[in-house]
Design a protein around this ligand. Structure first.
Ligand code: PGA
Length: 261
């Protein structure tokens, strides 16, 4: 596992193959200038139709997908399987993103998807997080909602996942209220959640397995705040939405991480 992860979630962007190609190439070129980049794994997760063209631009940067189905083949109109994504060169698949949960994807489906992803020897990036900021009290400390939500999301998603397979996992803590709002969570709160996630993982696996699972932060990250999540909240990197569509900004985020390693 790399020391730090910087994962771009392009969501349903950009709107043409040409733009996707250009964005991927600019990021690849920018990242290839880093000297000590071995400690940082940069991953681009474009929409399905852009995967091949993006892949053709990458060598140092890795390819990921934003979703998959839990079966490998069959009568599932409109779906894409983890085995197809493996074949195209995806090494990572985001699963359980709140924008997918909002469309009805529940923890049991997420568990089935994680099993399919692992069966195809791909690393799942499991996104978890509480929905509202009301879960924080007037002092900005969390009350209990995140505990319940995150515990349930992780326990059900990892139900029946062996220790050997769990080592492939990355967990992304993404408070839903912080996604795309410009209101990133505070580093102290993120650090508290990190410790909480580690505790849940230790209930499920040995300390060695828990330590091998990177925990990253997502939600309104930028080149200005990314360092604080790593330095002050001790996170293992970031899952980036909006800022990842701007190549210059995304490369700056990589540089900020590089300077910490
Ligand atoms: P954001 O999105 O960086 O635009 O807040 C993060 C995500 O949805 O993964």
């Amino acid at each position: 596992m790399a020391a730090l992860y910087l994962i771009a979630n392009w969501k349903m962007n950009p709107d043409s193959l040409g733009e996707a190609r250009k964005l991927a190439l600019t990021v690849e070129k920018g990242i290839s200038k880093f000297k000590n980049r071995k400690n940082i794994q940069i991953i681009l997760c474009p929409p399905f139709p852009h995967l091949s063209i993006v892949k053709s631009q990458l060598s140092i940067v890795a390819l990921g997908a934003q979703n998959c189905h839990f079966e490998n083949l069959g009568a599932f109109t409109g779906e894409v399987s983890a085995s197809m994504l493996k074949d195209i060169g995806c090494e990572y698949i985001i699963v359980g993103h709140s924008e997918r949960r909002a469309m009805g994807e529940d923890d049991t489906i997420i568990n089935r998807k994680i099993r399919a992803i692992l069966k195809n020897k791909i690393s799942p990036v499991l996104a978890v997080g509480e929905k509202t900021r009301e879960s924080f009290n007037v002092h900005g400390r969390w009350t209990g909602e995140p505990d319940r939500a995150i515990r349930e999301q992780i326990r059900v998603a990892l139900n029946g996942i062996s220790a050997a397979n769990a080592k492939r996992l990355i967990i992304a803590y993404e408070p839903v209220w912080a996604i795309g709002t410009g209101n990133a969570a505070g580093a102290d709160d993120v650090f508290s959640v990190r410790l909480f996630i580690q505790k849940i993982l230790r209930e499920l696996y040995s300390p060695a397995v828990q330590k091998s699972i990177p925990i990253i932060y997502g939600g309104s990250t930028s080149s200005k705040n990314i360092a604080s999540f790593v330095r002050d909240a001790h996170m293992d990197g970031a899952l980036v939405g909006g800022a990842s569509l701007n190549a210059e900004e995304f490369i700056k985020m990589g540089e900020a991480l590089k300077s910490l390693k």
